[in-house]
Design a protein around this ligand. Structure first.
Ligand code: ZN
Length: 325
């Protein structure tokens, strides 16, 4: 069966869907090492709010880190980084002290997120850091019990901060392991967004082959792990052309647009950092989509799509195939 036939995930009358999500949201300010949303209207979240005000159907998922500790995304302890085995046992760059960016210690930030209209919060790790060469990839060799402990600690911080969250996660560094997937189920998560592919040509059968999970659908939500988790692929970012967005819509897909709250991490520039330039580009994309497709587009969120698919057990190619986990 072709994937085009599997449209049960869309509400009737809708030809395609739009989701927008922002990663790395945390209380860091420009007066800290770098900004991750903590400057509120004066930073990345201000650009987001501007977009939400201009596009009244747009929704957003803010993948938020419970207690952000990353400073540099790449090793700065260069000598240590050259020593195999030993380097896996150390943080290869300075990291922030525990609890400095703990959500519950930043009530103004939490209050801002709670007041933001048409925004939902998803999980984006506990500390967003790991020992060894791949600093931002928080989940690597840990077993399922350890992953469950980390996720439970993150969730406890959201609850302590009084910040509601949807039952979904984008793993830091896009990396979902088998142990992490088991842990997500153990703590009651329902969806994961762990693939980014902005290069594979758009088609109904296209599978992901870039960052994170490979071999899942490029343009449709897909059930993985025997149907127990719903997977979303981020298939569009700042460097993507408008024709990619239109191709995804024309094929009845889910256009999942990604941005990052952190634009500049100590000189490491995120191409899809949510600055004024990217906000202006997204404004143009959203305007084109609104004018061309009107009411036939489902402006939704990952949390809403996941809830709908769970209500409709046959939606999103249930049991059609087991993704490569
Ligand atoms: Zn991240």
């Amino acid at each position: 069966m072709a994937r085009e036939d599997l449209r049960g995930w869309l509400p009737s009358g809708k030809r395609a869907a739009i989701c927008f999500s922002v990663d790395d949201v945390h209380p860091g300010k420009i007066t800290d090492a770098y900004e991750g949303g903590g400057d509120l209207d004066a930073g990345a979240l201000g650009h987001l709010r501007w977009l939400l005000e201009r596009h009244t159907r747009l929704r957003v998922t803010l993948f938020t880190t419970a207690d952000w500790r990353e400073l540099s995304p790449v090793p700065t302890r260069k000598v240590l980084a050259r020593i195999p085995f030993l380097r896996e046992r150390f943080y290869l760059a300075k990291i922030l002290p525990k609890d400095m960016m703990r959500l519950s210690r930043h009530p103004e930030f939490v209050h801002y997120l709670k007041r933001l209209e048409r925004a939902e919060v998803g999980l984006h790790g506990l500390h967003h850091v790991h020992k060894g060469m791949r600093l931002p990839v928080e989940f690597q060799e840990q077993d399922a019990a350890e992953c469950t402990r980390i996720l439970s600690e993150a969730i406890a911080i959201f609850e302590e901060a009084g910040l509601d969250y949807v039952r979904g996660m984008n793993p830091p560094g896009w990396n979902v392991t088998d142990s992490l997937a088991q842990a997500m189920l153990a703590v009651g998560l329902q969806f994961v967004a762990s693939a980014r592919d902005i290069v594979t040509p758009v088609s109904a059968d296209a599978l992901t082959n870039m960052s994170g999970l490979k071999g899942v659908s490029l343009i449709y939500p897909e059930r993985i792990l025997g149907g127990r988790l719903l997977h979303f692929t981020s298939n569009f970012q700042a460097t993507s052309g408008v024709e990619r967005a239109l191709e995804i819509v024309e094929r009845g897909g889910l256009l999942a647009i990604k941005a990052h709250a952190v634009k500049n991490a100590l000189g490491h520039i995120a191409l899809d950092g949510l600055d004024k330039l990217y906000a202006n580009y997204l404004d143009l994309i959203f305007t084109i989509l609104e004018e061309r497709y009107g009411d036939s587009l489902w402006w939704t969120s990952m949390g809403e799509v996941a809830a709908r698919c769970l209500d409709h057990p046959h939606a999103a190619n249930a049991g059609m195939r087991e993704a490569a986990l």
